[in-house]
Design a binder for this molecule. Sequence first.
Ligand SMILES: NC(=O)c1ccc[n+]([C@@H]2O[C@H](COP(=O)([O-])OP(=O)(O)OC[C@H]3O[C@@H](n4cnc5c(N)ncnc54)[C@H](OP(=O)(O)O)[C@@H]3O)[C@@H](O)[C@H]2O)c1
Length: 344
Amino acid sequence: MFPSSLPKARTLDPHAVPSLRWGIIGPGWIAERFARALKEFTSQQLVAIASRSQDRASAFASKMGIPQAFGSAAELLTSPDIDAVYIATPHNHHYPDGLQALNAGKHVLIEKPLALNAQQARGLAELAKAKGLLCMEAMWCDFLPKYDIITQLLEDGALGDLHTLLADHGEFFTPDHRIFNADLAGGPMMDLGSYLIGFSVKVAGAPVSIHATGQQVPGGVNGQTSMLLTHNNGMHSVLNTTLFSNTPCAAVIAGRDATLEIGGASFYAPGPFTLTSSQGGKVLHFDEPRNRYDQLFHEAVHFAWCVGQGKTESPVRPLSASIDTLAAMDEVRRQIGQVFNEEK
Ligand SMILES: NC(=O)c1ccc[n+]([C@@H]2O[C@H](COP(=O)([O-])OP(=O)(O)OC[C@H]3O[C@@H](n4cnc5c(N)ncnc54)[C@H](OP(=O)(O)O)[C@@H]3O)[C@@H](O)[C@H]2O)c1
């Protein structure tokens, strides 16, 4: 039934969760935004940073006001004064860095994608379980108030039977970006495709069949991929990701009773959406400031809440969701012929 109003987001009070002592591995682009959001909006403590270079670690530490700087991840992980580690290295480092952190007895928040493929992700899940530690993919959008409202609408059946999900994520990158580097698991799939496939798995579960076609760029990296996923409930997800151009980064979930359109900004980032009834023209709008990187703090607050609850998996982004997403990406990559160096 079409709701009379939108549900309220179930957000945690950022100051009512345990204040963890965090270390970061990889002082790059996203790490800086994560550190800023943590400092500004939470009571989490940023206590250490590790780089492959002592100079880069020290520079990041002084810029972000972090007390300890280490010239290697191994040194950071020996510190007894760290509860949790945020891994913000390139994709192909997530699995080895994650294993290292868990083996050092730290809870671990790993940037998306959790690993390069489903097999690596299962390895991380098994180790976290064996160690009794929290392991979570930093799929930050899943923790946004906007996604929680959409989740509630889906759970309440506000859209009726789901038929179609459309989503695209295209971004123009210059050739010097790591995304074109085959040695860093380049191509759009890991960076941009994570959002598309993660979203379709979240809405309709793991796909039962996949059809994909890709276009390569010189250097052995995929440049764009289009995908058709069919889910258990019969829903089709039609997805496109490209490094060649900027595309709207919009998403639509079409159900029998209503259609949800997420546009105006990237569908996975803070911004507006509209729910429109299939008959009768009823419309509900959601809007909020497009403060994209500020809202990175939600994933850290949720992570700290999970640690406080003694959970080894997040109920919002369980490891099964990360594994299902990677398994679908594995099949897409098999069909388009993209194999990462670590898989050869
Ligand atoms: N949540 C989001 O919105 C978001 C946005 C962008 C990226 N990400 C994810 O975050 C991860 C990092 O992306 P980024 O854009 O922040 O990358 P980046 O700017 O290149 O930073 C990665 C950091 O990892 C370290 N590193 C370790 N081994 C490396 C290697 N072999 N080559 C290059 N750097 C290496 C580097 O620090 P040192 O050289 O000092 O060791 C570097 O600063 C990716 O997996 C990506 O999917 C998430």
